[in-house]
Design a binder for this molecule. Sequence first.
Ligand code: PLP
Length: 418
Amino acid sequence: MPDLLAPSMAKDHPNLPVVKAKGCYYYGLDGKKYLDFTSGIATANTGHRHPKVVQAIKDAADHLMHGPSGVIMYESILKLSKELSHVLPGNLDCFFFANSGTEAIEGALKLAKHVTKRPYVISFTGCFHGRSLGALSVTTSKSKYRKFLQPNGLAYQVPYADVKSAPDGIDPETYVIEKLERDFESLFNHQVTPEEVACMIVEPVLGEGGYIVPPSGWLKKIREICDEHGILLIFDEVQTGFGRTGEWFAAQTFGVTPDIMAIAKGIASGLPLSATVASKELMKQWPLGSHGTTFGGNPIACEAALATLEVLKEEQLVENAKNMGTYAYEKLMKLKDEHPVIGSIRAVGLMIGIEIVDPFTGKPDGPALMTILDKCLEKGVLFYLCGNHGEVIRMIPPLTVNTDQIDQGLAILEESLY
Ligand code: PLP
């Protein structure tokens, strides 16, 4: 491990040394080509170094390299706001641009507190929202993050939808909705009153916590509870956004519109850009100067985002995510039937989790997963892991992926299962 980098920047695994990337592939220092099923954790939705995005970046660098927005204004940031508002649901049409998902989350939490003037936040177990102190205080995707919970006593936790735990004979959707109602009743009776809660923050599909897809009724119920009590709903769409779920955003996949959304990762095909998004009405109530960033909404990143939106539309990549997602899911379900080491497949669009279990006990098996990932890498496919026990292989290829690449990747995964 290069000791010039902090250990958290140079993890042992997989840490593939690469020299370049193009489309669905990384090119290793070892001269080998690797099929990329990680997309920079859902960042390279248009594929690595899409020519249109690269050209937009070069052209932008010839004109204007830095804002900062708020001091000067430039066309790309205005154009991007307009284009984004066309693909976002409801009246989410006002933007605070930043650089990372974490900053967009911090902005969302601050905005909710300013608007409601209430102190508390409710988040859901297993969700990941970033690693700044505010974002960490609502994050529990790994047990090591739990110790950061409530550093200032502001966040309460409610369990995420666990469809698998539904007893036999009970419809899983009914089960998780009834459980949610009971969990909230208990929270509001014993820990915090609804009138003290500014917002709820949730990943509409659980990402780092293990790729869990809740039924749409569960998210609709959360929306209802928020509306009943004047609580604002924040969707963290940092990982689910920009076509990953087979719709532009998970909000559209589940038919639930939040009050505030955080978007990042896939927005600019790899350049640092993110946004806190809300209606103009809410944004107007955000006091000037209470949130800010020097580099946020950088003009080069904005041009990269405009090109990204164009490519997603022109190449129908959102539709491709839906179609390729279905294709991969069906193949994976066959693999699951044949290989008891696969516990479950959780998928929406090209956001796919493959749970690895001990075939005898059915329990999550993180160490077995590591061996599988190493073998896959040796044979030329890069996967990454997620889940509280590192037990879920995440399969998130660029949205440009085709059936041949899926066939190739899954054949290698099958060969590597034991
Ligand atoms: N929220 C979610 C759902 C994420 O997956 C991530 C990153 O993995 C973040 C927030 C934090 O984003 P960033 O790493 O850009 O700060």
